[in-house]
Ligand binder design. Structure first.
Ligand code: AMP
Length: 112
């Protein structure tokens, strides 16, 4: 499968990995939109939140928990944002579900 995140998970493409366990990885975004911009990516390939089932939802919950912990470890005491994009209108560019953690500056009030 020609998926850039699957290649990162397999180690075929380098990444700045900040966390890994048996279910997901957390890497630095290659094109950061904020001083801290991380991606949490499940090791199982599925496209987006539209393909969640109960088992995948548990993993995504753990990913969110880990991002919040990492945010605390990175001094994001004034807050941060966790988002996931889905499809064309959501501006999803990589069709392998991932959560963005953005922080380190005042983020825009408008999210659209
Ligand atoms: P999205 O637009 O929500 O699908 O987000 C995809 C994100 O993946 C973007 O923020 C990209 O900058 C990021 N990205 C793409 N390729 C890489 C890569 N090789 N390493 C790290 N981040 C990447």
């Amino acid at each position: 499968m020609d998926c850039i995140f699957c290649k990162i998970i397999k180690g075929e493409i380098p990444s700045s990995k900040v966390y890994e366990d048996e279910e997901f990885i957390v890497i630095k975004d290659v094109n950061p939109q904020a001083p801290v911009h991380l991606l949490a990516i499940p090791k199982e390939h599925f496209a987006s939140v539209a393909e969640l089932n109960d088992e995948r939802a548990v993993v995504v919950g753990k990913m969110m928990k880990k991002l919040a912990e990492i945010g605390g470890d990175n001094g994001l005491d004034d807050g941060f944002r966790i988002i996931t994009n889905k499809g064309k209108h959501g501006c999803q560019s990589v069709s392998h579900l991932h959560l963005h953690l953005l922080g380190g500056r005042q983020l825009d009030e408008k999210m659209g």
